[in-house]
Write a protein that binds this ligand. Structure first.
Ligand code: QVN
Ligand code: ZN
Length: 329
């Protein structure tokens, strides 16, 4: 199907066994935007100038203006860039963990050169760098020209905590960040190229099989979306998600604890995204039954407490089985 002026077409999306609802899209001043955000539901925000100042961040512009600081770049032998926690990978109990990507510090011109000269079979690259004052003065200038009034008004209207970081993401076409959740509110501003975002609510925890909390892949789903192992993860068939493809100037609100899988469209161009991560606000008065994300937080605390008291992670499953099987089931 021609891309009927969306800028992309469905043949650029990776195959997935599941079907998804469309995430609603509204113009930034439509009152439904705040309705969705206040209900912690994803929404695509159109026409905001949040990261408009970055629309000139082409590879050429970045090469000329990005200073000569180091940037964190991940290398992968395949199209997946599954995040892992460095600190947890050092734990004795994770000594057999093999990091799926390699993390390098790279100057921007070198990153861009490798992107331009990339050939099939080469390691894929994904630049993922928190924006800080080491990036060149021109970039700082553009950054200061983001529409801070827009995101700060969302932060205060929805009682979010402080802005913790802005991640600059420059990915190759076809790169995938596998399904995971973050414990922060996220305004995900697409600057260049197209990204397909598949989201699931926090209460689908039992269909998405996250790694144990103490594992380096904490918060990441164990399910390989390219080739799900339905014998290990039978409930994945029941996962009900929503999706959207966002392009330049569009902002996706990714609610805290919502699962998300992000892919840079195949046969697209490189992608540039700037995210805005905010700490969640105070819980406010707790009402019962607890919401999905609150149950995830409870399960995380139980796993942490059990590791604390048992020390050996291998002792956790037998204790939980003894506690639940035949008694609560
Ligand atoms: O903005 C988000 O939350 C995303 O997941 C965006 C994602 C890259 C995130 C990499 C990452 C994942 C977990 C912890 C720290 C960094 C993409 O766009 O490919
Ligand atoms: Zn994320």
């Amino acid at each position: 199907m021609a891309n009927d002026n969306k800028g992309w077409d469905p043949s650029q999306l990776r195959k997935c066994d599941l079907e998804f609802e469309e995430i609603p899209r509204f113009v930034y001043n439509d009152p439904r935007v705040d309705e969705f955000i206040s209900e912690n539901k994803p929404v695509v925000i159109l026409g905001s100038k949040l990261a408009k100042a970055a629309e000139k961040w082409t590879l050429d512009y970045l090469e000329k203006n990005m200073g000569n600081g180091d940037f964190t770049v991940f290398l992968s032998k395949n199209h997946k860039f599954k995040y892992y926690d460095d600190k947890k990978s050092m734990l004795k109990s994770n000594s057999d963990f093999i990091p799926p990507t390699k993390k390098l510090d790279m100057k921007l011109p070198e990153f861009i050169k490798r992107l331009r000269e990339w050939k099939k079979g080469d390691d894929r690259l994904y630049l993922q760098q928190g924006l800080n004052n080491t990036v060149g003065p021109a970039i700082v200038h553009d950054f200061l020209n983001f529409d801070w009034n827009f995101c700060t008004s969302k932060q205060s209207k929805h009682n979010w905590g402080p802005l913790t970081s802005n991640l600059l993401l420059i990915g190759m076409e076809g790169n995938v960040t596998p399904c995971h959740y973050d414990e922060q509110q996220n305004l995900f501003a697409q600057v260049h190229g197209y990204k397909r975002c598949i989201l699931f609510p926090p209460d689908q925890f039992d269909c998405l099989y996250p790694h144990p909390v103490h594992h380096p892949h904490d918060r990441q789903s164990m399910v390989d979306f390219d080739k799900p192992d339905y014998s290990r993860f039978p409930k994945f068939r029941e996962a009900r998600g929503c999706e959207t493809v966002i392009g330049p100037g569009e902002v996706l609100y990714i609610p805290m604890y919502w699962w998300h899988h992000i892919e840079s469209l195949m046969r697209g161009s490189y992608t540039v995204t700037v995210n805005f991560w905010y700490k969640g606000g105070p819980n406010g008065t707790v009402t019962y039954p607890l919401k999905g994300h609150q149950k995830v937080a409870v399960m995380r605390n139980v796993e942490k407490m059990l590791l604390d008291v048992l020390q050996d992670p291998k002792e956790i499953p037998p204790l939980l089985r003894a506690m639940v099987l035949g008694r609560y089931t």
